[in-house]
Design a protein around this ligand. Sequence first.
Ligand code: DHB
Ligand code: FE
Length: 281
Amino acid sequence: MARVTAGVASSHIPAIGAALDLGKSDTDYWRPVFAGYDWSRDWIARERPDVIVLVYNDHANAFSMELIPTFAIGVAQRFAVCDEGYGPRPVPEVEGHPELAWHIAASTVLDEFDMTIVNELDVDHGLTVPLSLLFGQPASWPVKVIPLAVNVVQYPPPTSNRCFELGRALRRAIQSFPEDLSVQVWGTGGMSHQLQGPRAGLINEPWDTDFLNRLVADPDSLRAMPHIEYLREAGSEGIELVMWLIMRGALGGRVRELQRFYHVPASNTALGHVVLEPTEF
Ligand code: DHB
Ligand code: FE
């Protein structure tokens, strides 16, 4: 059977992708950012997962105001790379796992989650920047990726509790797939960031640290967190953190924290990264 072998959370700051793509990762500003992922790069090279279910948000690149799915799963064989701002990154296209993706789609829908099924999906920095942070600059990505997009761009995003429950449903889905696969679940975005307005640049390290501690040891306590708290405490884009709850829900009860990295500044944003391992497989 397939197993959920680890969870990874990471910010997906687009300037990190640009720094890597433009050869600036060894400058004084960016070196500490990439160094914070050294352990994780070694770890994942040893782990060699077969598939990553990569929970991320599209930033009005693949979707738009015309179509706003709350949860959408990419079931294609491959996904082209797209982006705003700097344009599509010069990274390999992303190879999917249609059989597992369709299985997850069926399992979660029958589990009463209204998952949108996407046959053609271009993926933006929300998905590609974490891949680059963990895998560097390979000629092709060494893992299959199932994109799971969550609407956190247009109100109303899903609740914390709904996200945690979707994570639990993902775990059931993965564990009922008959092939012997090592599957990681990633959650991207966060941590505190507010990109515009009078509060632009807001960083709330105590709140971020508390979120990380609870994500690891007491995720149930985050299920009741209302949208307004993310916005007030972590800035308007801090709402991306609901996607970390999907990852955490997929890991089951207790987890081991293998790695944590928190860094300011990176762009206008507090960068957060954890690697978690379930205690039951
Ligand atoms: C930044 C962070 C994001 O998550 C994003 O989608 C865009 C920009 C930033 O920190 O600059
Ligand atoms: Fe984002």
